[in-house]
Structures are given as structure tokens and as C-alpha cells.
Design a protein. Structure first.
Length: 349
């Protein structure tokens, strides 16, 4: 008892309180560890700690019920306003002066909710009110409050940051994607090469610029014995009981979530990402398509744009150039002649 600094009566009261804690299973391990490791002196110190904690809880209850608390807090808040410039100069925070003043006002409102405060802060308020402590004792708690709010603000800034669109697509960022750009004019075989890789893969997604083209690839894929679903803004076709490993869709309907990843993806007519009305759909597919190997088909004029976009994701880009397979010739007859002949045929019928 003497080693713990307790009177006989306090020790006996502490034993009763400690036995209650032990009965409810809260301190049994502590009591045994104290008895055998530290002896009865250690047990006495543990009882002393139990008494102090109970006393602090009782004091906090008294503080919360104290009718003079609003008056005390009004004086304390006035002192905090006087000390704010000194606290700001002491550091321990990453706020500008305007943000610091705003945090100070929020801390005052926080103190006014004294019925929900931490017991330790309640103790400090009571000691300041009775002139046992100075308002400086609240500074560590104020800085902890400020830094907690600052961390929350940083999280909000991170969530609302739209400066790097690549991070909007975590599924694509988790994959190590490789891009092959098939660049060339019309009728150069660039899309055919990409489709051969699409048909031979275990799973794939084809992103078409038009609904009719998506339907054409869907039919062609199934005719070659590769199950392929169709997804457009107007219809959804599932060829089996469950979703097929391949899908042909319009570029606006492509999946960029974590629900499914593909071995091969094709983005056709990729030069459309420059379009002022529909270009965002190609940019979204380029940044977010969850496929390990992505084939881009389009004009060579889009190479520089694609390179700049993929520089933000630091992903590999391979470029394959194609020439037109058949020569482009100018017709000797105008479309007007074809139109007149067609009208004459219709009238004859």
C-alpha cells in the first residue's frame, strides 16, 4: 500500500473495484500478471491505476453535468482567440493563415459540444476554469484536431482530383497492358490483322465505331465457331446461357470496370478520339479498357495523339504501318450518271 502511495481505506476500496473488474473478465489477465511477475506491489499499483481511471470517469461525468460549463468555455474560447497567432507561429501544422483561423473556429465549436468530448479534454477544461492550468494545455489537442481535419481535406482533394484521367480506371492500371497500333489507309488489312488475333484469343472485346459494324463482327465471330455476345446502346444479345468470353460492342458501351478482364481488345477507328462530339468514348476506351493486349486500328494521323495519351500511363506502344492493298482509282463516270441510270431503271420497272 505504501509503495503504491495509497491509504488503507483507498486500498480496500480499490480492491473491491478491482475485484468487480476481474469478475467481469476485464482485468483478470492483468491481475495474474501483476501477482506473479511484480508481486503484491505491482498489484497495488494496478489497483491504484484502476482507482484513478474510475475517478477520472466520475469527474468527467461531473463536468458534463456542470451548469457553469458554457461560461467556462466562453472564457476559454476568448483565450484561444488571443493565443491563436502564437499557436500559428509555433508550427506543428501545414495550414495557411486563413485555413488556420477557420480550423480555430471549428475547434471552438468542437469544445462547445463538451458532453461528447474526450474525458482528458474535459479534465483540462476544468483545470483551466479553476486556474490550475493555462489555456496552453489545450494546444496539443488543438493541433491534433487541426491535423486530423487537414488529413480529411487531403483525402477529399485526392478523391475529387480530375487532373489525371488515367487514375479513373483502376482495373486498367492493375494490368500491364501492351498496345499495337495498326496504322494505314482504308482497305489496307489493318483491321483484318487485329481480328485474327481477336478470334484466336481466349477472351476478347471489339469496340466498334458503329452499331452495324459491331453486329457484323458479332455474326462473323460466331460463324467461325467463336462464341461472341453483342452489346450496343439498343440491344444486348447473349449467344449462350452465360456470357461468352468474347464480346462485340460499340465503343461507348465497352466495359472499363473490374468485373471482367480480357486477353485481347480492339479499338477500331481510333482517330475518332479527336472528334469533338464522340471523342471522349475513344479516350475512355484507350485509358480504361481492361485488356492485356490492345490493338488500335486507324489512321496514322492519330499516332502522335495516342503516344501522348499513353505517356501518362507509361504503357508500351508498338506501331505497325500498312499500305493500301488495291490502288485507288478515279472513276471515269460521275455519281450523277449512276443516279440517272438508277432512276431510269426504276421508272422502266
Amino acid at each position: 500500500m505504501l509503495a503504491a502511495g495509497l491509504s488503507r481505506r483507498s486500498f480496500l476500496n480499490g480492491c473491491t473495484l478491482f475485484r468487480r473488474c476481474e469478475y467481469f473478465g476485464a482485468s483478470q489477465d492483468i491481475s495474474l500478471r501483476c501477482k506473479w511477475s511484480f508481486g503484491w506491489k505491482g498489484l497495488a499499483r494496478t489497483i491504484h491505476s484502476t482507482i484513478c481511471n474510475a475517478k477520472r470517469q466520475n469527474e468527467s461525468m461531473v463536468i458534463q453535468e456542470n451548469p457553469d460549463m458554457p461560461k467556462y468555455l466562453k472564457k476559454i474560447n476568448a483565450k484561444i482567440s488571443q493565443m491563436s497567432s502564437f499557436w500559428f507561429s509555433c508550427g506543428g501544422h501545414d495550414l495557411k493563415e486563413e485555413e488556420f483561423e477557420d480550423a480555430q473556429q471549428k475547434f471552438k465549436k468542437y469544445l462547445n459540444e463538451y458532453q461528447q468530448l474526450d474525458p482528458e479534454i474535459n479534465d483540462i477544461i476544468m483545470r483551466i476554469a479553476t486556474k490550475q492550468e493555462d489555456v496552453e494545455a489545450l494546444r496539443p489537442h488543438f493541433l491534433a484536431f487541426v491535423n486530423q481535419g487537414s488529413q480529411h481535406l487531403e483525402r477529399l482533394k485526392h478523391i475529387s482530383d480530375l487532373s489525371n484521367p488515367a487514375f479513373w480506371f483502376p482495373a486498367a492500371r492493375d494490368l500491364k497492358r501492351k498496345f499495337i497500333f495498326h496504322a494505314g489507309p482504308t482497305n489496307s488489312g489493318k483491321t483484318h490483322e487485329a481480328l485474327q488475333r481477336f478470334f484466336s484469343s481466349k477472351s476478347g472485346v471489339y469496340c466498334a465505331p458503329l452499331r452495324m459494324l459491331a453486329a457484323e463482327i458479332h455474326q462473323r465471330c460466331n460463324s467461325e465457331g467463336v462464341p461472341c455476345d453483342l452489346l450496343t446502346g439498343e440491344e444486348k444479345v447473349t449467344v449462350g446461357e452465360f456470357e461468352a468470353p468474347h464480346i462485340s460492342c460499340t465503343v461507348e458501351m465497352c466495359n472499363t470496370g473490374k468485373e471482367k478482364t480480357y486477353d485481347v481488345g480492339i479499338i477500331d477507328e481510333v482517330q475518332m478520339l479527336k472528334d469533338s462530339e464522340r471523342g471522349s468514348a475513344w479516350t475512355r476506351a484507350l485509358l480504361g479498357l481492361p485488356a492485356r493486349e490492345i490493338h488500335l486500328c486507324g489512321s496514322s494521323a492519330a499516332i502522335s495523339v495516342v503516344q501522348r495519351v499513353l505517356a501518362t500511363t507509361e504503357e508500351e506502344l508498338e506501331i505497325k504501318m500498312y499500305d493500301r492493298l488495291s490502288p485507288l482509282k478515279v472513276s471515269r463516270r460521275s455519281l450523277r450518271i449512276f443516279k440517272e441510270n438508277k432512276c431510269q431503271n426504276i421508272s422502266n420497272e
